[in-house]
Design a protein around this ligand. Structure first.
Ligand SMILES: *[C@@H]1O[C@H](CO)[C@@H](O)[C@H](O)[C@H]1NC(C)=O
Ligand SMILES: *[C@@H]1O[C@H](CO)[C@@H](O)[C@H](O)[C@H]1NC(C)=O
Ligand SMILES: *[C@@H]1O[C@H](CO)[C@@H](O)[C@H](O)[C@H]1NC(C)=O
Ligand SMILES: *[C@@H]1O[C@H](CO)[C@@H](O)[C@H](O)[C@H]1NC(C)=O
Length: 414
């Protein structure tokens, strides 16, 4: 068995080799990659990060690495075996393990004959054809991560390619620790890379990362923008099965700044009820009808004029009890392509109104990117979530906020 230091060294080496491979591939592919959606472009843009590291040295821990690649050459198997399969569970028969073992869900071709369907854009067609496919098997699972009393479970939406973001989060706000006798646990939520090249290059690396840290939950669905809602429902189901005693859940993106200290302060500042759901809530948002917009929704999919109140998916906090109720109810609500709106719809059915709190800034800080606030550590120090930072900026800001920072003027937000 390797110790952590060795593992880290090996991991670093793999990362370097991998980065070189990515670099080579990028060069080869440049020009041939068809960047379909805005989401793709965004992800592609975020891939170009690298960290300098030594290349020359070799050590025998490399042998352990080879063992890893050999041992897991086959398709990853779901770690839990199922006995039943049914997309909708009832309260009386809660499964004790992840009970979905087949990814075989075929397109609902009934739709193709309908006029409103024919008029949809391709991305929405794709969404509608598979909307009824609610649950997929697990590729990486960690039931042990949720045993015992956990005060705060932090779950972070990520995608296979974002190794560096996860790395920084593990070193900063996502660090697992016990604060005032209260346990904090962190997990990353992943689907499969939606493009084939990424799948080929990154899946092995994700598995290796998980072998080292054991903190990745991965499901067998494509990580696309419209499938983010699946990440929501899959997490809720997973939480319901494996997390009997988690007090609070923080759920967020992998490109945000989070202050766990302020989360604690907020949670302890008063008595919250079992329906606590707090974040950057917008009330009376209108569905976007401009086709160029990333969040465009055609009338055929949603014909009301307003959305229910919902919290920006960049980061929100909820009570564990509510998360369990959300799982039940989410099974009765039709999947919606925008994940945070979907959760708002579920809350509406539960008749829970999410709370807006100014320390959650998930819709951007200020419009002006050059604003001083974006670089003001005293501002970050007073926040719970701030959207959105590149890994290097996050690390930098984290160090500033956690240094002997003297804030002349305390920003009173909490
Ligand atoms: C997948 O489902 C289709 C249609 O329901 C069926 O014909 C096919 O045999 C299934 N494939 C597997 C591998 O189960
Ligand atoms: C398609 O239509 C058939 C017949 O009406 C129905 O049995 C089936 O459930 C429908 N498929 C889906 C995915 O809704
Ligand atoms: C979501 O993932 C499933 C399973 O991988 C896939 O069949 C479907 O096309 C995806 N949907 C979208 C809208 O990308
Ligand atoms: C809106 O959608 C609902 C459900 O899809 C449908 O019953 C209703 O007729 C639609 N209303 C309008 C004005 O299109």
């Amino acid at each position: 068995m390797m110790n952590n230091r060795d593992r880290w060294r090996v991991y670093k080496k793999v990362s370097v080799m991998f980065l070189l491979a990515v670099l080579a591939l990028t060069v080869v592919q440049r020009g041939s990659i068809n960047m379909g959606t805005a989401f793709e472009i965004e992800r592609q843009a975020r891939m170009d990060t690298s960290e300098g590291a030594e290349l020359g040295e070799k050590s025998d821990s490399y042998l352990g690495l080879k063992g890893f690649w050999k041992a897991s050459k086959h398709q990853p198997q779901p770690k839990t075996r199922a006995t039943t399969q049914g997309p909708r569970i009832t309260e009386n028969s809660s499964p004790r393990t992840w009970d979905v073992t087949s990814s075989n869900c075929s397109a609902n071709l009934n739709l193709t004959s309908q006029d409103w369907f024919k008029s949809l854009e391709d991305t929405f067609k794709q969404f509608m054809l598979y909307r009824h496919c609610r649950y997929f098997p697990m590729l990486l699972n960690h039931p042990e991560r949720c045993t015992g009393d956990i005060y705060l479970l932090m779950v972070i939406k990520s995608v296979a390619t974002q190794h560096d973001r996860r790395e920084v989060i593990r070193k900063t706000w996502g660090k697992e620790q016990v604060l005032d006798g209260k346990r904090i646990k962190t997990l990353f939520l992943l689907g499969k890379p939606s493009n084939e090249v990424e799948r080929a290059n990154h899946q092995k690396l994700v598995e290796y990362e998980d072998y080292i840290y054991g903190d990745i939950l991965q499901w067998d669905f494509l990580d696309s923008f419209f499938n983010l809602t699946l990440k929501e429902t899959h997490f809720l189901k997973w939480f319901h099965i494996y997390c009997p005693s988690v007090r609070y859940v923080f759920k967020g993106d992998d490109d945000v700044f989070v202050s766990v200290e302020n989360i604690f302060e907020f949670l302890e500042s008063s008595n919250h009820d079992k329906n606590l759901f707090v974040g950057d809530v917008i009330f009376k948002a209108k569905p976007i009808r401009k086709k160029e917009n990333k969040y465009y929704i055609p009338q055929a999919l949603y014909n009301k004029t307003l959305y229910p109140p919902y919290a920006g998916g960049g980061g929100f906090l909820m009570d564990g009890t509510l998360a369990r109720r959300l799982h039940w109810i989410s099974d009765t609500v039709e999947l919606y392509p925008i994940d945070d709106v979907f959760l708002g719809m579920c809350l509406e059915v539960l008749q829970v109104t999410p709370i807006k709190h100014n320390a959650f800034k998930t819709f951007g800080l200020v419009k002006n990117k050059n604003s001083k606030l974006n670089r003001e550590p005293c501002f970050f120090k007073s926040m719970i979530v701030v959207h959105k930072l590149l890994p290097s900026d996050l690390m930098h800001m984290w160090n500033l906020v956690n240094s002997d920072l003297v804030c002349a003027q305390k920003v009173e937000i909490l």
